[in-house]
Ligand binder design. Structure first.
Ligand code: UGA
Length: 436
């Protein structure tokens, strides 16, 4: 198959590279020349484990290439994927579809022969209809059909998620697209990964419903954590207890400082707006958003309560800035609200993150960046784990104790059992773990 991927950001780059690895001929397009030149030289625009090697292997095998020339990449392609950004629009929070529609226009002008145009970007219900309308308007004689094929990749695990998906969802309105999509995902289909064919609108909604449900599940765990602290229970045990029920399942029940990232916050908001527009509100999701928003800053109050007394001049060491480990992504990271609230209270903030320090500079300021966890802890009145990077899973507590002002660990990801830290003379404050 000849596949063109429009947009070489996170989704486009990972999807394009994995499809090339399946044996297809893939051209990734982006209008950012620096990005394309970097990729051609093997420089990744994002941090994603395993991606650089896979890109290089497929370039060398002659299956993967990069260009800024959209028109020539679209000509003769069997399928053209739209994987451009869909940020939240400033002001109303609705999805900004400018890039999607611009891509549709450019694709329309370049189409040759029967082409399946596949929307991979996360787009609100009805966007496929609009993409179809635009292409037909620009090029009335074009032979094409528009398909929805949402992505379910997690940052940090994107390659594994693409190659071993729980399912592949394909929304189509023209049966000719079914064969093309089956061919594209042939290696997965042959390996019995479920492929769900449905209507385009249903497929578009599945993506939002999926993320909204997961965001709600995390938020449920977070509220249970607060309740556990209040009633003297342990949220890890509650999560295990309910997660063992097959109907609930154990994943996405880890209580923490609130969800962040580029997907859950944006997609939940977009779903709420769509639902309101159709006069069919999704109140559970409205509440999820509200609870999560309050929670992030609330974590700073938790830190302050543990430290106690006057906060002005206290030093707080933050371990982990990114919204989750194995990424350099700072979008909607709980660390931003936590640090801001601590600074508002007059605290001095030191921070360390294995990958996110550079990208954090636009969202946080007046922070002393440390070389590693131990350097971060120097003079600290509390050490706060905000993101559960592996590098923080086996900290040397004795060494930490010698550099800290007070041996206080606030573990917002429950990385350590309280006893482990207490054994070394630390006070341990977790999430949803009532102190004895
Ligand atoms: C999420 C979905 O998991 C992917 O399936 C989806 O494709 C992607 O959004 C998207 O729409 O593009 P991602 O945002 O990369 O992926 O990250 P997650 O691993 O889902 O984590 C999101 C947030 O939830 C993080 O802040 C994480 O720390 C938090 N989280 C996750 C918890 O607090 N507890 C959990 O149990 C799980």
């Amino acid at each position: 198959m000849q596949i063109t991927m429009i947009g070489s950001g996170y989704v486009g780059l990972v999807s394009g590279t994995c499809l090339a690895d399946f044996g297809h001929q893939v051209i990734c397009v982006d209008n950012d020349e620096t990005k394309i030149n970097g990729l051609l030289e093997g420089r990744m625009p994002i941090y994603e484990p395993g991606l650089a090697d896979l890109v290089l292997t497929n370039i060398r095998a002659g299956r993967l290439s990069f260009t800024t020339d959209l028109a020539s990449a679209v000509k003769g392609a069997d399928a053209v994927f739209i994987a451009v950004g869909t940020p939240a629009r400033r002001g109303d929070g609705l999805t900004d579809l400018t890039y999607v529609f611009a891509a549709a226009r450019e694709i329309a002008a370049a189409i040759e022969g029967f082409t399946v145009v596949v929307t991979k970007s996360t787009v609100p219900v009805g966007t496929g209809d609009e993409v179809e309308r635009i292409i037909r308007e620009v090029n009335p004689t074009a032979d094409f059909t528009v398909v929805s094929n949402p992505e379910f990749l997690r940052e940090g695990a994107a390659i594994a998620d693409f190659k071993k998906p729980d399912r592949i969802v394909v929304g189509l309105e023209d049966e000719r697209a079914r064969e093309v999509m089956l061919e594209i995902y042939r290696p997965l289909y042959l390996n019995q990964f479920p492929m769900q064919f449905t209507s385009r609108r249903t497929s578009e909604l599945i993506k939002y419903a999926n993320n909204a449900f997961l965001a709600m599940k995390i938020t449920f765990a977070n509220e249970m954590a607060d309740l556990c602290e209040a009633v003297g229970a342990n949220v890890l045990e509650v999560a295990r207890g309910i997660g063992l029920d097959n109907r609930i399942g154990p994943k996405f029940l880890q209580a923490g400082p609130g969800y962040g990232g580029s997907c859950f916050p944006k997609d939940t908001l977009a779903l709420v707006k769509t639902a309101q527009d159709y006069d069919s509100p999704v109140r559970l999701i409205e509440t999820t958003i509200a609870v999560n928003e309050v929670r992030k800053r609330g974590m700073a109050r938790k830190v302050m309560a543990a430290v106690g007394g006057e906060m002005r001049g206290k030093t707080i060491a933050i371990l982990g800035l990114t919204f989750k480990p194995n990424t350099d992504d700072m979008r909607e990271a709980p660390s931003i609200s936590i640090i801001q609230a601590l600074q508002d209270a007059g605290c001095i903030v030191r921070a360390y993150d294995p990958e996110g320090m550079e990208s954090s500079r636009t969202s946080i300021s007046n922070v002393h960046y440390a070389r590693d966890a131990y350097d971060c802890a120097v003079g600290a009145d509390a050490l706060v784990i905000v993101t559960e990077w592996d590098a923080f899973r086996a900290l040397n507590f004795e060494r930490l104790k010698t550099v800290m002002n007070k041996p206080l660990l606030i573990d917002l990801r429950n990385v350590y059992r309280p006893e482990e830290a207490q054994r070394h003379g630390f006070t341990h404050v977790g999430v949803g773990i009532a102190s004895r």
